[in-house]
Design a protein around this ligand. Structure first.
Ligand SMILES: Cc1ncc(COP(=O)(O)O)c(C=O)c1O
Length: 384
């Protein structure tokens, strides 16, 4: 009855967990939720009448202009005609899948990578191949080897405060990746939802800003800096790619919701945007530091980790290489949620012994208690 691709439609472990993790007695380090305390108040009564009408598939012209201007400041050579407003940057994953993936196409992703990207590429029957990632960025020799072996349709990378590992590529690594992609004319999908959540002021030039010949698509999002429920993201595409992407967007949902775009533009134009962003960074920096201290007191003998310079996650390598998936159910019963690391790997037999912990959504007072519950689960489980 259903299309063949539906066999490849896996359920997202994240969504299932978010449901149980919302119980009042559960301390959740699972989802990538921004803190509700960071959301601005909205006065919808001043919403202009015109944005209640249908709009353009590309998005609101002023918002596209503002996004292009900001991107140029980051070094991306572009104009507003290359910007497409999306229903969350997640929609960009759907559109690029439709643009590039045939059954059995190869796609290169980081190992580990964003699990909802894997879910989307797999639905379109791609073979996702993982490129090794170090704390500086991808292993270039391994990357090149895989480009030669698999002839992928594109590569999908999250260079700044990567989900799940927190890795931020160095500028040198970004340059090296750009040169490699140009050399093989391999299209880049550069996904940057965490770029602004930078707590240590790292240099983060976009990879696409170094690219001279290969096609690229850059994704950005208002979810982490404004309100995720608005579902406003965008892509900026190489001129050769924007027309089919706009048509795919039109076929998919006509256009992104206009009230949300209006609010995103208000944010972009607000005189105090730099101060708002700095307040947000400070809010999360405090949480990051509180979580690092809680980990140090509760997990020092159980795991290793790097303190992330941005984003929303700690990525832990457990000292015992256990399959963390069966532990999730036990942890939820014990009142704590986490993300099993296996979910973030493209391989059918993923490596064991990793977990992702979100630090942005839990009040600092509850962090130690949550980690104590998780510690107990790890220590008491048979296979830990
Ligand atoms: C790497 C990555 N890409 C995309 C998204 C989706 O973001 P949006 O809310 O803009 O759809 C997320 C959300 O957590 C993410 O971590």
């Amino acid at each position: 009855m259903f299309a063949q691709r539906i066999q490849h439609l896996t359920s997202s472990i994240i969504r299932e967990i978010l449901a149980s993790a919302q119980k009042p007695n559960v301390i959740s380090f699972a989802g990538g939720l921004p803190a509700e305390g960071s959301f601005p108040d909205i006065d919808w009564s001043v919403l202009p009448n015109k944005v209640r009408q249908y709009g353009m598939s590309e998005g609101e012209p002023e918002l596209r202009e503002a996004i292009a201007a900001e991107a140029r400041q980051k070094g991306i050579s572009c104009d507003a005609s290359q910007v497409l407003i999306l229903s969350g940057s997640q929609q960009g994953l759907d559109l690029v899948s439709k643009l590039f993936i045939d059954p059995d196409s190869n796609v290169l992703v980081e190992s580990p990578t964003y699990l909802a990207a894997l879910q989307c590429f797999n639905l379109f029957q791609a073979n996702c191949r993982g490129v090794n990632l170090s704390s500086q960025g991808p292993d270039i020799a391994n990357f090149e080897h895989q480009i030669r072996d698999y002839k992928p349709r594109f590569t999908y990378l999250i260079p700044s405060f990567q989900n799940p590992s927190g890795t931020c590529y160095t500028p040198e690594s970004r340059q090296a990746v750009a040169a490699l992609l140009d050399q093989y004319n391999l299209p880049l999908i550069e996904d940057e939802p965490y770029c602004e959540l930078d707590y240590d002021n790292l240099a983060k030039p976009p990879i696409c800003s170094f690219m001279k010949t290969a096609p690229w698509i850059y994704f950005g999002s208002f979810s982490k800096v404004l309100i995720p429920g608005l579902r406003i993201g965008y892509l900026i595409a190489h001129p050769d790619l924007i027309t089919p992407l706009v048509r795919l967007k039109q076929a998919s949902d006509l256009h992104t919701n206009r009230p949300g775009q209006w609010l995103a533009l208000e944010y972009m134009n607000s005189a105090d945007k730099p101060q708002r962003l700095e307040r947000l960074r400070e809010f999360y920096r405090v949480r990051r530091d509180a979580f690092a201290a809680a980990l140090e007191s509760e997990f020092a003998d159980l795991a290793e980790w790097q303190i992330p310079s941005g984003g929303l996650f700690f990525w832990l390598k457990l000292k015992k290489t256990v399959d963390t998936r069966p532990l999730l159910k036990i942890a939820l019963e014990a009142g704590v949620a986490f993300m099993p690391g296996e979910a973030f790997f493209a391989e059918e037999n993923p490596p064991h012994g990793y977990i992702r912990l979100n630090f942005s959504h839990t009040e600092p007072e509850l962090m130690v208690e949550g980690l104590r519950r998780l510690r107990k689960v790890l220590l008491e489980s048979d296979n830990a």
